[in-house]
Design a binder for this molecule. Structure first.
Ligand code: COA
Length: 440
């Protein structure tokens, strides 16, 4: 008996069958569900808006994401009964909700977030993503945000994707086939942008100091915040830098155009910029579009300290809010006020410290609030969260210089840190130290 072979549905037919309005797609979200939202400029705003518009039909929906750009309207007080955010990293759009108690914060290493989902520690019901249109083979690109997206997409029962004509097609481990998507919402809209802060004269002095630590042929990582981006403009006289970084901001494009970043001396993914997300303006988004120079990988690979540590002269540059005289680095809160997240700081500090000729750098202005507060303090304030421990910390940089703390005693650290504190606070810091350590 001859068997009839059924022709396979083409991906184009599959795609066409899945296209719905945002309003229809979000009917798949039910009360009590846990929903993951893709991060940064890849947050699928039209789908999020449609979900929020259904708030009167939804109760106790848990939302999870790292930083996102956009309104994050679900975090508003009026929607508190419908949505509760469990922030894996706090951004300016969710900070008020976390500190008002409507949302909560999960301190976690960025490298370990995928494990939350793949291990089913946090079972996900729905994943909301934004991707590029499919290529000739039916693959969409996760675009500007690969980070935790693959793990969340695989773990979720239902995947709702915004297919945005303007999402860059980024290369690397950044593709999802149309067959893996359940609902498709088509759009054609510009991505949200985050313009780099204009560096102050203090940022510039810090940039110069950090630059003195960056050697030719180093592989660099730049963290989030004003300082890491300001550092980039002081690296123009370096040779053959490589990049292995969880994120890229606009400043990196200049270094590439100047021929400073060649990636020739890199040991992991040589010849390529290795990254997991980009956060900046259209200039940066256009740069990564279809660009084989930029290899997007998942965050559990890019931020794995063991992978990072294999890079040649790995140099990690991150920032902080406060540091005590023993070297404990607070980077996610200002006292009890929750500000950002652990992010990839510890992943990169540990990776860079272990790397051959590696350097782990924390750079911060010596003061906050127009010079009224010292960021170098005798003891951390109540509620201040330690992100990088005093055993992990190596270089601290301010506009007044560089303190190298690795292998230093507490008294030596106190001296080194007071030397780079703002002169207005040096005497009082010393007095407080000796009050706390009367025997020395
Ligand atoms: N006391 C009181 N206020 C303080 C303060 C302190 N010790 N330190 C900073 N502030 C205030 C600043 O004055 C500023 O206020 P403003 O917005 O009114 O000007 C605000 O807090 C933010 O400080 P700033 O230093 O400008 O932040 P930033 O945008 O440069 O980011 C971190 C710095 C530390 C928050 C950021 O690097 C971060 O989130 N790090 C943790 C995660 C990480 O490093 N990841 C690595 C890669 S993702």
């Amino acid at each position: 008996m001859t068997q009839t072979i059924m022709p396979r549905t083409s991906w184009q037919q599959d795609y066409a069958r899945k296209v719905v309005s945002a309003e229809k797609a979000v009917l798949a979200i039910k009360s009590g569900d846990t929903v993951y939202i893709q991060s940064h400029a890849a947050a699928p705003e039209p789908i999020i808006d449609a979900m929020v518009n259904r708030s009167d039909q939804l109760k106790d929906v848990s939302l999870m994401h790292i930083m996102t750009l956009g309104k994050a309207a679900y975090a508003r007080e009026e929607f508190a009964k419908s949505f509760k955010l469990h922030a894996l990293f706090i951004g300016s759009n969710t900070r008020h909700a976390v500190n008002d108690g409507r949302a909560d914060y999960i301190p976690i290493f960025l490298s370990e977030i995928p494990k939350l989902f793949t291990s089913n520690h946090v079972p996900l019901d729905v994943c909301l993503i934004q991707v590029s249109p499919p290529d000739a083979h039916g693959f969409c690109s996760y675009g500007v945000s690969v980070d935790c997206t693959i793990a969340a997409r695989k773990a979720a029962r239902i995947v709702i994707a915004e297919v945005n004509k303007q999402m860059p097609r980024t290369l690397g481990r950044s593709f999802v086939h149309v067959s893996r998507l359940d609902y498709i919402v088509e759009t054609d809209r510009p991505l949200q942008e985050l313009a780099p802060a204009v560096p102050t004269s203090i940022d510039e002095a810090i940039g110069r100091n950090v630059s003195s630590l960056v050697e030719d042929e180093a592989t660099i990582q730049l963290g989030i915040g004003a300082i890491p981006n300001a550092v980039l403009q002081y690296l123009t006289d370096k040779r053959d830098l490589g990049v292995h970084s969880e994120m890229l901001s606009d400043g990196i494009v200049d270094l590439i155009e100047l021929g400073v970043v060649t990636n020739d001396a890199k040991t992991i993914l040589p010849g390529k910029i290795a990254v997991t997300f980009v956060l900046g303006t259209k200039r940066l988004y256009d740069f990564v579009d279809n660009n084989p120079l930029v290899e997007f990988q998942t965050v559990d690979f890019i931020n794995d300290p063991f992978i990072i540590s294999q890079n040649h002269k790995m140099t990690a540059i991150n920032s902080a809010l406060e540091i005590d005289l023993s070297g404990q680095v607070c980077a996610d809160s200002i006292g009890n006020y929750l500000y950002s997240g652990v992010g990839g700081q510890v992943d990169f500090i540990r990776g860079a410290s272990r790397a051959k000729e590696g350097k782990a750098i924390i750079a911060l202005p010596s003061t906050a609030k127009n010079g009224a507060i010292s960021r170098i303090v005798a003891t951390l304030g109540p509620g201040s969260g330690v992100v990088t421990t005093r055993a992990d910390v190596h270089y601290i940089v301010t506009e007044y210089g560089i303190a190298q703390l690795f292998g230093k005693t507490l008294a030596q650290r106190m001296r080194a840190l007071i030397d780079i504190a703002h002169p207005d606070f040096r005497e009082s810091l010393e007095k407080q130290y000796f009050k706390n350590h009367p025997k020395e």
